[in-house]
Write a protein that binds this ligand. Structure first.
Ligand code: AMP
Length: 286
């Protein structure tokens, strides 16, 4: 496995492997089984391709009061995991390598980004779009894998590919969970013992409510949101940021379940740690 730190190293490596296609797996490091499942999925779905993982804590997607400085960094462990899971190369640039000091061009997404996570993280998805577009241009992959854990991000990046004509197949990876259902996240490490003990209530509530929608026992999105609010709100350390039932493609809040493909999305604060999760439902008939 090749470790590439500069854009030039990446370009040289690509040139030397002429004729091979690539699958990109972007991450911010502090890798866990959720991330490595994406490398595994890349190998399974695009077995002919080289797999290029990237590890880059992208400053432009963090707000001024967010955890950019304290975000966990553990490059040696991360590289070992990438190698074990069969990455062909890891691109791990320094921030100064990725961005010119006076960089003045970025990408703005104007339809899906202002709501949900974007409401409390202004500029976040523009930072994500800009860095992912740069990684696409640098790596020139034929496919890229992103986790469903960050469902809004996945929807925004599908738009990026569609609207800017990147010839790249987006492969979604299912959310990997701890044994008690908590979605794996590098930020779970911030939780206190008490917060960690209550955190699985997010997935428990999302699962129960989605089951009851599918069985017809919950009949409206309003009722579903009320149920989620009641159950998740019953955990003492939980402060709800948003709970929404949205259309899986447009991310618009659903007003009814007629012919919908709903996604249940949650963002909940435990202390200072903001956890997100989501579950999907098969398309519902009238
Ligand atoms: P991050 O390092 O948080 O930027 O995440 C890098 C990629 O891993 C993104 O595509 C995430 O959606 C994905 N990811 C993060 N956590 C999980 C998880 N628990 N299961 C599956 N994919 C995940």
């Amino acid at each position: 496995m090749e470790v590439l730190q500069s854009k030039q190293d990446l370009r040289n490596w690509i040139r030397d492997r002429r004729g091979r296609e690539r699958t990109l797996v972007p991450t911010m490091g502090a890798l866990h089984r959720g991330h490595t499942s994406l490398i595994d999925l890349a190998r399974e779905t695009t077995p002919e391709n080289d797999i290029v993982a990237t590890i880059f804590v992208n400053p432009t997607q963090f707000g001024p009061n967010e955890d950019f400085d304290s975000y966990p960094r553990q490059l040696e462990d991360d590289l070992a995991l990438c190698e074990t899971h069969g990455a062909s190369a890891v691109f791990t640039p320094a921030a100064g390598e990725m961005y010119e000091k006076d960089a003045s061009i970025s990408i703005h997404e104007s339809a899906l980004s202002h709501r949900l996570c974007g409401a409390s993280r202004p500029g976040h998805f523009d930072g994500v779009c800009t860095v992912v577009a740069k990684l696409f241009l640098l790596t020139q992959p034929s496919a890229a894998v992103f986790g469903e854990k960050d469902f809004q991000q996945l929807a925004v990046l599908r738009r990026l590919v569609r609207d800017l004509d990147f010839p790249i197949e987006i492969i979604p990876g299912p959310t990997v969970r701890e044994a008690d259902g908590l979605a794996m996240s590098s930020r779970n490490a911030y939780l206190s013992e008490e917060e960690r003990a209550h955190a699985p209530i997010i997935f428990a509530a999302l699962s129960r409510v989605s089951r009851e929608i599918a069985e017809g026992r919950i009949e409206s999105p309003q009722e579903a949101v009320a149920e989620l609010t009641r159950e998740i709100g019953s955990a003492p350390p939980a402060r709800i940021d948003y709970l929404e039932i949205v259309d899986s493609f447009t991310l618009e809040a659903l007003t009814d379940f007629k012919n919908a493909t709903p996604r249940l999305l949650a963002a909940v604060l435990f202390g200072k740690t903001r956890l997100i999760d989501n579950v999907g439902l098969p398309a519902l008939n009238a």
